[in-house]
Design a binder for this molecule. Sequence first.
Ligand code: AMP
Length: 486
Amino acid sequence: MTKAKAKASAKKIKKEKKISKKKSRKTKMAKDNNRKTFPTSASVDEKKEIKTEDLILMQSPRGMHDILPGDQPYWNQIRRSLNHAFLEYGFQRIDTPILEYSNLFVRSIGKGTDIIDKEMYTFVTKGRDDVALRPEFTASIARAYIQHGMNILHKPVKLFSTGAVYRYDRPQEGRYREHRQANFDILGEQDPILDAQLIQLAGRVLRGLGIKNVQFQINSIGCPECRKEYLELLVSYFESKRNKLCHNCKKRLETNPLRILDCKEDKCMQVSAGAPQSIDHLCDECRVHFKHLLEYLDELEVSYVINSRLVRGLNYYTKTVFEIWSTGEGKKYSLGGGGRYDKLIETLGGESTPAIGFALGLDRLVMEMKRTKVKLYKETKPRIFLAQLGELAKKKSLKLFSDLERSGILTAESFGRGSLRSQLRTANRLGVDIALIIGQKEALDETVIVKNMSSGTQETVSREKLVALIKKILKNNNVVSVKPKK
Ligand code: AMP
């Protein structure tokens, strides 16, 4: 083949490829348009066909995802379980800003941690304030506790918060740059019974979600006094094995030696296996605290394992630290974690206030719920469908819809589109008990056709009697209507 011929045939192949790619994109779009149910985040993630130049317009920022209606049943289950748990355990909800002054986090979480050194989203505002998107909740809770003088409240002060947190990490499955957490904090009490209660509460939330296969890992990293001595021992141990540590851990030896213990590099894990353990070097107070915590957990029949390498990635922790791990098949994820932070409020300028808290990673909980195929609660679904035909009927049905809604009767409709046949098809698809039909005649007569969708029978009812009749039918069908609005 001549050079010119080869060039022409390469051009032809390229053109054909382009056409077939275009065609397959069109079929995919058509398929998506015909989709009857909302996609879930997982099915959307599979779409990787977007051109680079469209990326900024067509994609959420890297490591951040939409929570689509298809996934909301999982999130609703989480919201419901959290709401029950925080009320039952006497917590009050607090919402803090998504932004704080950066130095709040630097002071609380501490330099030498991954969050502060690498992962914070910081920026300077137009007013030259140095701010950061919150990478976690506890620092904000501590700030709010001091700012609003909560030290005068009856102790312990139990605060619950939930929302998005931001960490500029390398995104991968289960690790996002924006993820959501639920955070429980108990301030003003040092009794280990609260450590135990908080761990029990975490278990309660997970059980409420249907997540069963989890493991609680517990450790005590002592207080600043006993940790000083322990750190000296640890540093001298790791110094003696310096060549066997990864590049990062060599640096951690200077900045944050505790973190070497939870490095996931094989060679570091081997070195850590022989390292001194913090629980062998606790002062009397910390040892007794830990002993009592374990006794309380036994009493509560909460099973746990002691993980002497568990140190957590934030510097404010003292004494108890714990994490909750999935234990099913495949990759294991930490679903939540927390610990005591008895010195944090003081470090930030408040009065000495012992405290303990934990956070659950909600996106991870959704992953786990999907993986283990938990049973979802039945969502409240409309049992009534309102269909209309003609301009006057449309007007009348708008008012009827509002009357039904005020009476607490959840109603579906498809205002503004479709023949009566297609509207009834929709009613069928939604699985409602009753279809209400208003045509031209009914609109003039102030009546409504009430069609029983399972038997197919129908009757014409006057508008005044309609709400009472619907309530009666729903009651007979064992459907509870939502509470009427005042
Ligand atoms: P941490 O304070 O880092 O232990 O975070 C508490 C929980 O949030 C963890 O146990 C995870 O379940 C979850 N989590 C932490 N970082 C991420 C992330 N980058 N993406 C998703 N979930 C996360």
